[in-house]
Write a protein that binds this ligand. Structure first.
Ligand code: LLP
Length: 412
């Protein structure tokens, strides 16, 4: 459930007509619903109420500082993958002890930044990385908490680009190497093995792959315990899918019940790293129709948003529902919704049946709150869109639209 619903034939973001938002802030425009964010976070968090746990929102899904702050106020920690994301989380006031840091290529500078800030733990993805953390923490005279990320070799049955827990993926450590890693970590002076981690992929629409991975990680953790290596945390990553079109992923409640059932007597604190399930349907991208172009072969709706604003359709052929802001009864035609970028891969929808629209109308592209703005770029020297948060009848400009000055600022 989200708070982008039509009233009297006009699409609203909570209590504000989206057309009013475009009048005020321009187009294209990312709009987030605060109530939806809170609701999704609380639903997810409460699904694990029977277990000691911490929900670390995955900053890569939506890193706007206002969004992070709103989630931190709900009790969220953060899952980060770069020094930049650490900076964002800290700017939002997130407590360092609620931050976990994943990623295969953490640099020396990034590790130093995170050790200095005293984050909860690094999710370590290789033995050289473990040694680097030991070295950097040693130079700072500190001790860093670590989890090793296990690659459980489980097929998450999602798009190959976002599947991360199979043996040919670059992520995590194969069990044998992970065991070696824990033995090594145990002997190190400046790292402390405190957890075990895995993340198998994104946009998963069934529970089974999660449970298969969890079983493997728990078996592994038992072996560690038998060796006298006791851990406090188990991090199961993110990955729960959402409905873009007709997918029917499990409800967080169902997902939570399955995991809590399995972990109840393990004595481990659970960490989760959801991104999409919290933010995906809490955002829309509004875009204005620039031209309607009909050829003898095809109908194109040319809009002022493009693949630089929302790359998911171009990159993963993913489906995003699109509706006009004004929802009158009109005949439908089959169209491609395309942007102005000079590539045929620049589209938001292909062969989509939509009501006939006119130039100047506003369209809403749904499910754009995760991996929307965060994956946007300046390709074709396009200015990145503004981001707005609607909270009831209040609106906050969460990020202003870029200017031509912004485009050339760094080019000395
Ligand atoms: N934790 C780790 C270590 C991750 O790599 C990811 C996502 C997450 C958590 C959050 O996963 P989520 O709950 O959002 O599924 N750009 C792609 C998605 C890439 C996901 C990468 N990792 C897309 O637009 O579909």
């Amino acid at each position: 459930m989200h708070h982008f619903q039509p009233k009297d034939g006009l699409l609203y973001a909570e209590d504000v007509p989206v057309t009013e938002l475009v009048e005020r802030f321009g187009s294209p425009l990312y709009v987030y619903s605060a109530a939806t964010f809170r609701r999704h976070f609380q639903q997810f968090d409460s699904a694990f109420a029977d277990l000691d746990h911490m929900v670390c929102f995955s900053v890569k899904a939506n890193g706007n500082v206002h969004v992070l702050k709103m989630l931190a106020e709900q009790g969220a920690g953060m899952d980060i993958v770069s020094g930049g994301e650490l900076h964002r989380a800290l700017a939002a006031g997130v407590e360092p002890k609620k931050i976990v840091y994943s990623g295969v290529g953490k640099t020396e500078a990034e590790i130093r930044y995170a050790v200095e800030q005293d984050i909860l733990m690094f999710n370590v993805e290789s033995l050289p990385e473990l040694e680097e953390i030991e070295r950097v923490a040693g130079a700072l005279g500190r001790k860093a908490g670590v989890s090793l990320r296990i690659n459980p070799d489980v097929d998450p049955k999602t798009h190959p680009y976002i599947s991360t827990g199979m043996k040919n993926n670059k992520f995590g450590l194969e069990m044998g190497q992970a065991l070696e890693g824990y033995r090594l970590a145990q002997r190190m002076e400046h790292v402390e093995p405190i957890g075990v981690d895995c993340h198998i992929g994104s946009q998963l629409t069934t529970i089974e792959p999660f449970m298969e991975a969890l079983d493997k990680v728990l078996d592994f953790e038992k072996n560690l315990r038998a060796e006298g290596i006791g851990l406090r945390y188990i991090d199961l990553g993110g990955g729960l899918g959402i409905t873009y079109n007709e997918e029917a992923p499990p409800h967080p409640k169902e997902f939570g019940a399955a995991i809590v059932g399995r972990l109840k007597n393990e004595g481990l604190k659970l960490i989760l790293e959801p991104g999409r399930v919290i933010s995906g349907n809490a955002g829309v991208l509004l875009t204005k129709v620039t031209y309607v172009k009909k050829t003898p072969f095809k109908n194109f709706i040319i809009v002022d948003a493009a693949m630089n604003d929302l790359v998911r359709p171009s990159l993963y052929q993913s489906y995003h529902r699109i509706t006009p802001a004004r929802q009158s009864d009109r005949p439908e035609i089959v169209v491609d919704v395309v942007g102005p970028i000079c590539e045929s891969g620049d589209f938001l929808a292909k062969e989509r049946s939509l009501p006939e629209v006119e130039a100047g109308e506003i369209l809403a592209v749904f499910s754009a709150g995760a991996y929307g703005f965060t994956m946007s770029s300046n390709y074709n020297a396009r200015l990145r869109a503004a981001e707005v948060i609607v909270d009831g009848d209040k609106t906050i400009l969460a990020r202003r639209r870029e200017t031509y000055e912004d485009l050339v600022r760094g080019e000395l």
